[in-house]
Design a protein around this ligand. Structure first.
Ligand code: ZN
Length: 50
């Protein structure tokens, strides 16, 4: 089974990215710096369940 995961910008709280992840391959919460088009800069994005 693959879970759909959302990455939420911690600055504006928008859901900027979504992807599927393999439950067995990855564990723990993802916290990653990605470009936010609303803030127009790189911000911290945190994983959340769709
Ligand atoms: Zn943002």
């Amino acid at each position: 089974m693959r879970d759909v995961v959302l990455l939420i910008c911690q600055e504006c709280k928008r859901k900027n990215y979504s992807f599927t992840k393999n439950k067995k391959a990855q564990s723990g919460k993802i916290e990653i710096k990605k470009y936010c088009k609303f803030d127009r800069r790189h911000t911290v994005h945190k994983e959340t369940k769709a």
